[in-house]
Design a protein around this ligand. Structure first.
Ligand SMILES: [Zn+2]
Length: 486
């Protein structure tokens, strides 16, 4: 049976194989750090770790290339440890069993770690090969990207000398990424004292289901339904017309997922039960019509339940529902200089109103930091008007694309010369380390690219073999084309 070390380019696959032997789940990086430092030292290259645990290895320019701009080759050392239930695997001890399946390399029942092991392997191949032509190179292998980009956050300007950064951590060969979104968590809190249920009322639970949901950044431009936004449309009408009162409201459970389900428990005067059920049916039909072609089978149902122990006071119930109704959700703006690409968006991700506390959690994203602030301030205004407390946490910078970037022009031309077609140039509406590194080290000219991977972060993770050769040859050619220092 063919082993992955025999795949082309051997220089890369040989290093990738050696990485599969070293445990490197996020948060357990001592072995991989030592391995990388020893690798650099074995080549007699300056090799060290910074305070946060990033590994930096410097390779001098080859003769005649000394006056080229310095290039930072960046990848992350950690991998996501995921395995199938029927596999016994200790990510802190056991090697990853990579194998060839047709055109793909996969792992036996675990994540493969090609994200970002192939990026690291390509860097190692370049550090080791003394036949290449390149200017000064700095390998920056960051720590703990997958659990919160801690290495990128902790990187200090003084640790780095290069002017151009090539991030080798994107997942479609033939695409160049020139921007990414930053993010901010907006946390809203309402406090209230429950009031008693009114005499003669009955309780209903209404449940909205069947929405597609999806990634709150990558899929925010698909026009999918947001369960929290839809259910408050019903609630507002039920309150205005059928004297409904809110006891419990819950929707969504992950900040970075578009909410697929929501439910509420309401009370109404017993005589309004049939009309309220008609309203539920009316809303179900209306939602399905509004989202025809995007969503299928949105289900909205009401069922009679036991009376709740208390209700949200009328005024606060209205404040909660009106502010969720009014809050910005979805795409706010596209990037003016890049067609059909989202710049700024929000996801009204989680709502939980119960037992005297109402919480709303929103994830705001933008590639442009000032637009992110514009958006989050707008959301803050909306909930402040409703009397809620608003806190911002977990903010990180975006990477606003520079369509005039010199390295972008050089790489587009070099790709066309090598493969006869233009690469696609894209901006990703999700976080990349480039956003954070670029904020720590202003002025870097950055591009992100990589070989084709599928289903990263899952045991189905696989790397497309032909793309690895193209990716590596393009990287080597790019290093030859780096412009001279000014
Ligand atoms: Zn990655």
């Amino acid at each position: 049976m063919k082993t992955i070390q025999s795949l082309a380019p051997e220089a890369v696959w040989k290093q990738f194989y050696s990485l599969t032997r070293v445990p490197r789940p996020s948060g357990f990086l001592k072995p991989i750090t030592e391995f990388l430092l020893n690798f650099g030292k074995s080549l007699n290259l300056e090799s060290f770790t910074d305070e946060i645990g990033n590994v930096i290895i410097r390779k001098p320019a080859t003769p005649g290339m000394e006056n080229r701009k310095g290039v930072i080759l960046q990848a992350h050392m950690d991998m996501v440890p995921q395995k199938n239930n029927d596999i016994v695997h200790d990510f802190e001890k056991d090697p990853i069993e990579a194998y060839i399946d047709g055109d793909w390399v996969k792992a036996k029942g675990t994540t493969l770690g090609a994200d970002d092991g192939l990026g690291v392997a390509a860097i190692m191949a370049i550090l080791e090969d003394n036949t290449l032509k390149h200017g000064p190179i700095e390998a920056l292998i960051t720590a703990d990207e997958e659990t919160g980009m801690f290495g990128a956050f902790g990187l200090k300007k003084e640790s780095i000398q290069g002017e151009i950064l090539l991030n080798l951590d994107s997942e479609d060969e033939g695409e160049l990424y020139i921007g990414c979104a930053g993010g901010m968590d907006v946390n809203v809190t309402f406090q209230y004292k429950e009031v008693g249920v009114e005499e003669g009322d009955i309780a209903l639970k209404v449940t909205l289901r069947g929405l597609r949901g999806g990634h709150s950044g990558l899929e925010i431009n698909q026009g999918r339904g947001n369960a929290n936004k839809l259910i408050v449309r019903f609630l507002r009408e039920a309150i205005a017309t059928y004297e409904a009162r809110l006891a419990i409201l819950e929707g969504g459970n992950m900040r970075n997922a578009i909410p697929r389900e929501a439910h509420a428990i309401i009370t109404i005067p017993a005589e309004n039960e049939e009309e309220l059920k008609d309203l539920v049916e009316y809303c179900e039909n209306m939602f399905n019509e509004e989202f025809a072609g995007i969503e299928e089978n949105i289900s909205f149902k009401a069922e009679k339940v036991a009376l709740p122990k208390g209700l949200v006071p009328e005024e606060i119930q209205d404040d909660i529902i009106n502010s969720i109704f009014a809050c910005q959700n979805g795409v706010m703006r596209n990037i003016p200089s890049v067609p059909d690409t989202v710049e700024t968006s929000s996801n009204l991700a989680i709502v939980k109103v119960e037992d005297g506390v109402g919480e709303v959690k929103i994830l705001a994203r933008s590639s442009l930091d000032s637009m992110k602030e514009n958006l989050t301030t707008g959301i803050e205004c909306c909930f402040n008007m409703a009397g809620a407390k608003v806190e911002m946490t977990g903010g990180y910078s975006g990477w606003q694309p520079d369509v005039d970037s010199p390295i972008l022009h050089a790489m587009k031309a070099s790709y066309k010369a090598q493969f006869g077609v233009e690469p696609a140039v894209k901006v990703i509406h999700a976080g990349l380390e480039c956003g954070i590194i670029g904020a720590n080290i202003p002025g870097l000219d950055m591009i992100s690219f990589g070989p084709t991977l599928r289903s990263p972060h899952s045991p189905d993770e696989r790397a497309y073999i032909p793309s690895v050769k193209k990716f590596y040859e393009f990287l080597v050619a790019t290093l030859e084309q780096i412009p001279e220092k000014k």
